[in-house]
Design a protein around this ligand. Structure first.
Ligand SMILES: *Cc1c(COP(=O)(O)O)cnc(C)c1O
Length: 431
């Protein structure tokens, strides 16, 4: 179909083409029970990932003492002052509760990628250790911090293509285990990220071409080398499951804070979305842990709404934002993705409540408001979730404006950003 044919079929696309901030509700949403019949993924896969992370906790506690006894988790923080800021800025009432999931404060790599990225590297290390008979299942995993294990991993390579947080997560974790790790980056990747990775012994390869060329080249090199494991941001089930473990963790945190999730007390969750793996995995985990009264939304820049377009049209990775005249240019690092993951889009079809878009200027305005009101510092991408409550209330979604509703904004990153860089974000003005 041509663009004009799509516009007739899906009138909302006109606003997307005009780069307006819009909310799309997914007509294919189903109950969790019905949705699970449409995917090969199950709760057992999440439980398996969760158990593996527990087994690795003694190792992580040893090599990353900043973790909570080896568990990589972040606080769930009420942000009432920010709620007032939103109410004033948008001239609306938000009667429910507003929480921030602070993945900006995740240990080791300061972003949501510390969930999926680290999990995938650990799982790969476990597989190699088992294949080489260094491990039996009764052994304490703190053994991974030993010359024998490092000598094994030094003979194996890990590669990933990323301009940002995924590269940091994979690079830091792989180097710590002793792998020969390479991060393929486009030339426009931030200098501090390259410096940081190199300081940890990670190989950084830069490409003059854009990001997708860097990924493609990384994948090509990795496929030619049987000792190399390529972390595939678009198709990896392991990454997805690492993210999905967040569901049961959040369920436990809500319980601790005496926050109910049921028909009368729905939970609305807003997740910044790039290629889709992070928000998709987390949303999948939340739906399985908390059920049908969790309503998950993906948030994307107005210039890069790849998941929204992919899901609306049902074309997933067969369509790009550039097919609709959008330039895929955004200051939101990691969200400048033109084509969404088909694996995530298809998996999430029965589980996702909707997608909405946000302008770059809004991200910076809210970054400053959150820093001023709550002294919490997120990177620009991580603010995409913050307009979620406004979007669902303005669109009059059922119970969005109930005092018994909890709005949970997923703050996907921030702590790795150097202070002077953060100061520039804080003072950012759009040209
Ligand atoms: C990676 C990332 C996202 C989006 O995750 P995807 O898996 O690419 O969809 C959002 N925010 C931040 C800060 C990220 O690093």
């Amino acid at each position: 179909m041509t663009q004009s044919e799509w516009l007739v079929k899906l009138p909302l696309l006109q606003s997307v083409v005009e780069k307006k901030e819009v909310l799309w509700c997914n007509p294919s949403i189903e109950s969790v029970k019905a949705g699970l019949l449409k995917t090969r993924l199950s709760k057992d896969d999440i439980t398996d990932a969760s158990h593996r992370l527990e087994k690795f906790a003694p190792y992580l506690a040893k090599v990353f003492p900043e973790t909570n006894q080896g568990i990589i988790e972040s606080p769930l923080t009420p942000i009432p002052k920010m709620k007032q800021e939103l109410e004033t800025a948008y001239a609306i009432d938000i009667p429910g509760r507003l929480l921030l999931k602070q993945d900006n404060a995740l240990p080791i790599s300061g972003s949501i990628k510390a969930r999926g990225g680290i999990y995938e590297v650990l799982k790969h290390a476990e597989t190699l250790a088992l294949d080489n008979e260094l491990l039996d299942h009764t052994m304490d995993y703190s053994q991974f911090d030993s010359p024998t294990f490092r000598a094994l991993f030094a003979k194996h390579k890990i590669a990933v293509g990323s301009t940002g947080n995924l590269g940091l997560s994979i690079g830091i974790m792989s180097a710590k285990l002793g792998f020969d790790v390479t991060v393929h980056m486009s030339a426009d990747a931030k200098q501090w990220k390259k410096d940081l990775l190199r300081s940890k012994g990670v190989h950084v390869v830069e490409y003059i071409d854009d990001y997708s060329k860097a990924v493609e080249e990384g994948r090509r090199q990795a496929e030619a080398d049987p000792s190399c494991h390529f972390v595939d941001d678009e198709n990896s089930t392991d990454l997805f499951m690492g993210y999905a473990v967040a569901g049961e963790r959040v369920a436990a945190q809500l319980k601790e804070q005496n926050i109910a999730v049921d028909e009368a007390h729905p939970l609305f969750v807003y997740l910044p979305c790039g290629v889709g793996g992070g928000p998709g995995g987390v949303a999948f985990g939340l739906k399985l842990a908390l059920g049908d009264h969790v309503h998950c939304f993906f948030a994307e820049p107005t210039h890069s709404p790849c998941m929204m377009i992919g899901m609306m049209t049902g074309m997933h990775d067969q369509v790009s934002v550039t097919d609709f005249g959008l330039d895929n240019k955004t200051a939101a690092d990691g969200l400048a993705v033109g084509t969404a993951s088909a694996f995530v889009g298809k998996t999430m079809e029965p589980f996702l409540t909707g997608c909405y878009t946000v302008e770059d200027q809004t991200l910076f305005t809210l970054l400053k408001k959150l820093a001023d009101s709550e002294d919490i510092w997120l990177e620009p991408s991580a603010l995409a979730g913050m307009t979620g409550p406004v979007q669902v209330i303005q669109s009059k979604l059922p119970l969005a404006d109930s005092k018994d509703t909890t709005h949970l904004v997923w703050g996907t990153g921030g702590n790795m950003v150097p202070e002077d860089e953060m100061k520039d974000y804080y003072n950012y003005m759009m040209k």
